[in-house]
Design a binder for this molecule. Sequence first.
Ligand SMILES: Cc1cc2nc3c(=O)[nH]c(=O)nc-3n(C[C@H](O)[C@H](O)[C@H](O)COP(=O)(O)OP(=O)(O)OC[C@H]3O[C@@H](n4cnc5c(N)ncnc54)[C@H](O)[C@@H]3O)c2cc1C
Length: 446
Amino acid sequence: MERFDVIVVGAGTAGCMAAKTTAKSGLSVCLIDYKDAKSIGDKVCGDAIGRHHFDNLGLAYPRGDELERTIAGIEVYSPDMETVFRLTGEGLYGFIVNRYAFGQRLLKEAMDAGAILFDSTQVLEPIVEGGFVRGVVARDRRTGERRRIPGIVTIDASGCSAIIRKKLPPEMGIETTVDKKDEVICYREIRALENEIENPEYCKIYLDLNIAPGGYYWIFPKRGNRVNVGLGVAAVEGFPNPKDQLYKFVLNRHLFKDSTLIHGGGGIVPTRRPLDSLVGNGVVIIGDAACNVNPIHGGGIGPSMTAGKISGEVISEALENGEPSVERLWPINVRYMRSYGAKQAGLDVFRIFLQNLSNEDLNYGMKYRIIKEEDVLKTGLEGDVRLNITDATRRIFMGLGRISFLRKLYRMARKSRAVRRVYREYPQSPEEMPEWRMKVKAIWEK
Ligand SMILES: Cc1cc2nc3c(=O)[nH]c(=O)nc-3n(C[C@H](O)[C@H](O)[C@H](O)COP(=O)(O)OP(=O)(O)OC[C@H]3O[C@@H](n4cnc5c(N)ncnc54)[C@H](O)[C@@H]3O)c2cc1C
């Protein structure tokens, strides 16, 4: 069988972007997906993407069938519904897409650039020889035939299933497992309401740690009177079933009276900092497989495409210079970690803090604007947690007997900044990695 320069496992947002970038630079690229070509892009999702991702990646904005709605911002509701943060501004403009049409467009762009699609093909494991990943073993789902598909570089973009990452030998230096408690389990439905929702240009996020422990529930307006409504919970021991929670606490509300179900389904989002390293000899991990997701809101389409583009560019350069050793692929780590990775890591500290609060903490925190609306945007975009604690708020919290909450907040913000600094100083080469890993380990263990 022909040997490809690049094998991309998974034709999701990460994989299509990596395949397009590498194929465009003239490499031979094989894009493999478990699904048949017509089902690629059919993914359970919230369907929301910030416009800045399209600008940064040089992607055309969605239009026609692909565009469900243009979004002006996000409304975040406190658990008691008394406070609503309306977040708007440049970084919050975005789109609700038809996820299927969007996925099909990305696939077409990858194939137009020259990538060859092996659809209905299940990747089973990596081929590891001489300390390098040299391709994959796959099974044709139509014929049941198993075969080896050799490749110089293999990219794992297989989403949460992370089929390559999970089977890498330890000497590759890549984390093979992700802790369950760093995942959020979601269930979402597309529903047609009786009437169009109020303020449909805003995505709505509802915080309630009793209804959605460790996560949140959302209503994102789609075309006309359709909405994407879902709920996610942290996968900690004894977590409730998100579908039950959605039916019990959200879909029984007046807004959904006489609404009709168009589609329902579940999914997993890894909501933590990225893997410490995305690369090994002959292998790169991107997208959900590498935890390239915003830990606070779980948005992973933008970062997965960013990781796909960075890896495609670095691989194209690396292959001009010889074997794709970990050293040659290392710039993928440096570029990702010093930009989006640093933000993700800072926000991961915030996520862990938020998951351990009570509804009361959230109600008071939002009511007294401990983080101002305009700073929430900065936190979301840059990962910089800015607090707004004045003498007046201090007195109020003292009166409420919750001064320790403010102290914890200060500590969290300090730690979040420290973590971002460490990721911005991500090592230039794998030799410096053990020292960096020790620093990171010390931070997360605390
Ligand atoms: C309920 C829910 C709501 C979300 N809402 C949003 C949102 O509103 N905005 C946002 O930005 N993000 C959202 N996300 C996250 C976002 O969907 C993901 O982060 C993003 O799609 C990651 O893309 P990916 O390419 O890494 O993986 P995926 O899109 O999951 O693609 C992986 C591909 O690999 C294929 N595959 C898997 N295993 C194999 C195998 N063994 N062999 C061959 N192929 C294989 C799959 O068929 C699939 O096509 C949401 C996620 C969920 C679950």
